[in-house]
Design a protein around this ligand. Sequence first.
Ligand SMILES: Cc1cc2nc3c(=O)[nH]c(=O)nc-3n(C[C@H](O)[C@H](O)[C@H](O)COP(=O)(O)OP(=O)(O)OC[C@H]3O[C@@H](n4cnc5c(N)ncnc54)[C@H](O)[C@@H]3O)c2cc1C
Length: 253
Amino acid sequence: MNSAASSDVRRYVIIGNGFAGTTAAEQLRKHDPACDITLFGDEPYTLYNRISLPPMLRRQIPEEKVMIRNLAWHEQHRITLHLRTHVERVVPDERVVEAGGNSYPYDALLIATGGRPNPTGKPGADGAANLFAFQYLDDTRAISKQIDRSRAAVAIGGSFIAYELAEAFASRGMETHWLMRGPRGLHRIIDEDAGALLHEAARADGVHMHYGEEVDSFVRSNGVVTKVRTTNGKEIEAQCYAYGFGLAMNTEI
Ligand SMILES: Cc1cc2nc3c(=O)[nH]c(=O)nc-3n(C[C@H](O)[C@H](O)[C@H](O)COP(=O)(O)OP(=O)(O)OC[C@H]3O[C@@H](n4cnc5c(N)ncnc54)[C@H](O)[C@@H]3O)c2cc1C
């Protein structure tokens, strides 16, 4: 945070209304009852719990349980919240941020913009109606809808996100394929023995495990992916595809 004593009432601007940004706003209000707090978020929602998105996708909890804060909470804490508002620029020399054609002055600024999913970067992926990342509430709603109209699904990537996707697909009764480049699921965080346990647990849930397989391309028809093809020439047909290929931090501003 920068600091400057420009007036008696300090003006705080926070970019990003996830856990980090909203918690910072809450703590500022607690420690400085008089201050002015402006919070920006480019999603349409007040703070929700990303950690609860996998249980929501598994239908173990309803969407209401994912929401953590509502508009009334922001009013009560006198936090001026701008939703659906992407902050485009910070001008440090003038101590303003710019969003939607307006300038907002600050004495102190917190950038808590999190990360966004890396794209697959594979042919056939762009704009496919049944291929999803898994980061936002909107992703979760869209995947859930697609599961309802699908028989088979493919989770792609060896990460925690792909693990959660495979678990959700299996728990919702789909023919589930988990496809990854590495030698085992979660291979960056678990060893071979734990990988064998994970394999057994997944197989017991009926998940088809595909190791050492890298996506070559997504085969499309009428805007939807009909099968994923790997560099080894394997092809898996499904109606629903989702991936976890890591995050890029939102540091542009
Ligand atoms: C499916 C899933 C499951 C997870 N499970 C776990 C778990 O079990 N345990 C765990 O510890 N972590 C888990 N995580 C990770 C955890 O959710 C994140 O670490 C945490 O949400 C990060 O919070 P944040 O506030 O830093 O960023 P974010 O939650 O990413 O919030 C940043 C917000 O800022 C917005 N934003 C970005 N740029 C701008 C801009 N220029 N203007 C306005 N708004 C902007 C973004 O759209 C976003 O809404 C999980 C994540 C996912 C996706």
